[in-house]
Design a protein around this ligand. Sequence first.
Ligand SMILES: O=C(O)CCC(=O)C(=O)O
Length: 318
Amino acid sequence: MERREQAVVRVPSLDGVTRERFLRDVYPRREPVVLKGMELGPCTTKWTVDYLSEAAGSKEVKIHVSAVPQMDFLSKNFVYRTLPFDVFVRRAAEVKHEDYFLSEDEKYYLRSVGEDVRKDVADIRKQFPGLAEDVQIPEYFEKEQFFSSVFRISSAGLQLWTHYDVMDNFLIQVTGRKRVVLYSPRDVPYLYLSGTKSEVLDIDNPDFEKYPLFVKAKRYQCYLEAGDVLFIPAMWFHNVISEEFGVALNVFWKHLPAECYDKSDTYGNKDPTAASRAIQILDRALKTLEELPAEYRDFYARRMVLRIQEKAYTNDYG
Ligand SMILES: O=C(O)CCC(=O)C(=O)O
């Protein structure tokens, strides 16, 4: 039988990259890079389960709870629950639980949010001021570009679905080991998107009958160790497995002028307003094509695709 495998690329690692070198040599390439040996402050040694529980106390957090390791956003095989932060951290760090919601080996995931999710962005300095003091965020962008800093705490084995965000991102792995698989924005035709997420959940054993084009997506892969920082440029898809219980903080910042982003976006994943408007106009154009019989609709749809390719694709997108 024909062997079907994606091309695999190792995400490069760079040691001790200064702000100046990052901005000159790394950032303009718009490709993921693992930055090693960054000065992150005392968090990498201090943030044990006991310390985190003590420092953040019983502040309530909303978490994902899943009976299986692979969370499925389509079938919603996980539930949202609220726990005091200290209880959550202890449960996320253990494998079998005495107290649980779904099953004794359920898994936990925190993606921190602002005070009011509809209005406020996640900012560790506001929601977890005691812990924020322990982290030195690499300031490789201007202060005004800062968007959010998001706490991500995960049980061992939990897998977060493939998705993209619209901001540039430093994923700071404070403790624990993690595998990250990334796909380039140019591979979007092969990723079977539903909104900002890929419908291909099992990226290691994909169903090629259901997702035949997925084999064409080039798989960029890296392992993050405690203290590593992964630069994820905006629109790069990423899929994350926490191989161990781990604590991460990710920082989103604006790459485009501030007015390009959707003001109601508190997660950093709403498409820029011009993109949303263009998609709405396209939907109207598709509705208009329905006025034609199938043969004509097909012909004019193909012509429209050609026009989009000719006018809007950049040269190096292949
Ligand atoms: O590390 C994680 O748990 C997920 C990271 C992520 O999705 C992000 O930084 O946007």
